[in-house]
Design a protein around this ligand. Sequence first.
Ligand code: HEC
Ligand code: HEC
Length: 490
Amino acid sequence: MNAESHGTKLKQTWWKIVLTIAAIAIAVLIYLVSPFLLGNGTVKYVDIEDHFKYGSIGGERANGIPYWIWKVLPVVFADKLPGEGYTSLGFIQEPDQDLPIGFSKDKKFINRVGQNCATCHAGLLRDTPESKPQIITAMPSNTVDLEGYIKFLADVAVDERFTGEEMMPYIEAMGANLNPLQKLVYHYLAIPQTRGALINIRSAFSFFDRQSAYGPGRVDTFSSYKTRQFGFIPDSLEEKELNGVADFPSIWQQKPREGMQLHWDGDNTSVDERNKSAALALVTPTTINFDAIHRVADWLWELKPPAYPYEIDRNLASAGKKIYENNCASCHSFTGSLTGKVTPIQEIGTDPGRLDSYTYEFVSNQNTLFAGITYQGNDERFQNFRKTNGYGNMPLDGVWLRAPYLHNGSVPTIKDLLEKPENRPKVFYRGYEVFDRDNVGFVSDVAEEKGKQYFKYDTSLPGNSNSGHLYGTDLASGDKAALIEYLKTQ
Ligand code: HEC
Ligand code: HEC
């Protein structure tokens, strides 16, 4: 071998090494970076009910919690939950699903967990204490304690364990299988950033301390909207507007509701705006996924409520139909002359808190939302919100699944609603999903079952009054029984 060919050989070997190192470096780089660039956390659901329960409506990009942080919180901060995992707050976990109903996944840099309509609009029904609960979409989320969830997030944010050092070992023990760069990103960026974001949530929701507890199935529609969308200072919210905690409504059959003054106080006549406004609890006007929401809206358009599954005395019900027509239909049947209009507060006499929480100042801010945003050529700006002077007369379809009743969920059963306010239960329990066939509603006297505590609703607290709506309370008891039987068929 001469010196020249030896030199060439050496050069070649040198190049091979360089190329190999470069190839390895590129491979490592791809391995480290690809999880951030490739793949899409968004799952597209073919089945519409799955889309409703688990599909993203765009909230993750604005308010999403990085997936592994969301997963590990109930493990690291188990002491801050009433029981095990998020289901202890009443969220519904299906066995074959990664996330509970109402939670969705999407990706912005890393996978994030957000929420969708089913958080507040999918509930449970049990025939007897021994039966398996059945999931019913578009009914009110009767078990979900949203305030409990937000308080949990607000509490963990100020806990000294909310650090990369504390949380990363738990994340790895859960099988996250993160590559070294992902670990760094989680440890030094995602965890501190999420903590900061949750501390902001904590301040935006500081009005909690000044309100009656919501318990499951209810939320204060407007206070967080005021503080988070419009930057109202929580302390500036007046006492009078802070008692507007509202029961989750059912959302089936929207088509015949178009043009009706709905939301509990009848503040909006447009189904489309009600849908979008509801979504704003979770998304911002710039991250909203219109396609995903329109898909839900199209499905809700003609979705029928489930029929009453237990025995109905048909003769009694047909006697009840006449009583209904004479006493209730004008305000509650789809064709009633007053249905979809507002009954003034002086006449309806129910708790004024929810009405007062919707202020003129808020409406004027609300009507600027979606300004300049178009979807399929339409201007999306809100135009139909109005301040009213009472509560809306809404259709009673599927009313058997909408208990507890009235806008603040203050009356546990239909039978109780037909009693004079002084004879309605002053204290009862919410969040228990076993059906009460005699009184029509959910069983409301169970404080605890198998170690799970139910929420004690006290009608003497601000916003919780069970007064008003005296219609039908003067009927003879036989007529009431007939009316209740008829309402089961609605
Ligand atoms: C954070 C809980 C929550 C989420 C999430 C939510 N809603 Fe609602 N929704 C409510 C509450 C509470 C009301 C009653 C508001 C009021 O009048 O105070 C309501 C009212 C409605 C209404 C009007 C019902 C009526 O007849 O008055 C519609 C329609 C609706 N929501 C659809 C949706 C859709 C579609 C989504 C998802 C894009 C959604 N909601 C997400 C809580 C929620
Ligand atoms: C003048 C109009 C009017 C009449 C008549 C009327 N209601 Fe109502 N009803 C309302 C209004 C308004 C509300 C909402 C009040 C609130 O939530 O504060 C309501 C609420 C209800 C609810 C609660 C719905 C829910 O989802 O929580 C039920 C049930 C109900 N009414 C049944 C009846 C029955 C039964 C009759 C006849 C005996 C009747 N109403 C007569 C106006 C009326």
